[in-house]
Design a protein around this ligand. Structure first.
Ligand code: ZN
Length: 138
């Protein structure tokens, strides 16, 4: 009778633990990068596998050593997946920053005027050289 109660408690604990882990691991923002999406899917699959593994272990279908070696295998893969997810996200952020910080290299043409890329003063669009500093306008 005591054994049954302990088994029941373990099962409830395992399910509770899995639910907590899964809720915390849901990605906060939609993922657009296809490679990132692929890694997120792999992570979900690995988490599912870990859940199944724990379930089978608590049901007594797996020996201690089988459980430990399978679990460490999954955790090792999971760590690798998390690592590439982090790297991909860092790369995305970097690309985003570069996009925003792109300097305006070309002279700005507006209303028949051309802005000197060197000193910034306005010149008629027909000018090939800046009237202010003499630098070439294009
Ligand atoms: Zn100039």
């Amino acid at each position: 009778m005591v054994v049954v109660i302990i088994c029941a408690l373990l099962a409830v604990g395992a399910i509770g633990f899995t639910l907590v882990v899964r809720e915390r691991d849901i990605p906060p923002a939609p993922v657009e990068n296809p490679e990132l999406k692929h890694q997120e899917t792999r992570r979900q699959v690995l988490l599912e596998n870990l859940k199944d593994l724990q379930f089978e272990y608590h049901q007594g279908k797996l020996s201690d050593s089988d459980y430990q070696s399978l679990k460490s295998g999954f955790l090792y893969e999971l760590a690798a997946v998390m690592d590439s997810i982090e790297r991909l996200q860092a790369k995305d952020n970097e690309a985003e920053l570069k996009k925003k910080a792109k300097p305006k290299a070309k002279p700005v043409v507006s209303g028949g005027e051309i802005k000197c890329p060197s000193c910034g003063s306005s010149n008629p669009a027909s000018n090939r050289f800046c009237g202010q500093c003499g630098k070439a306008l294009s």
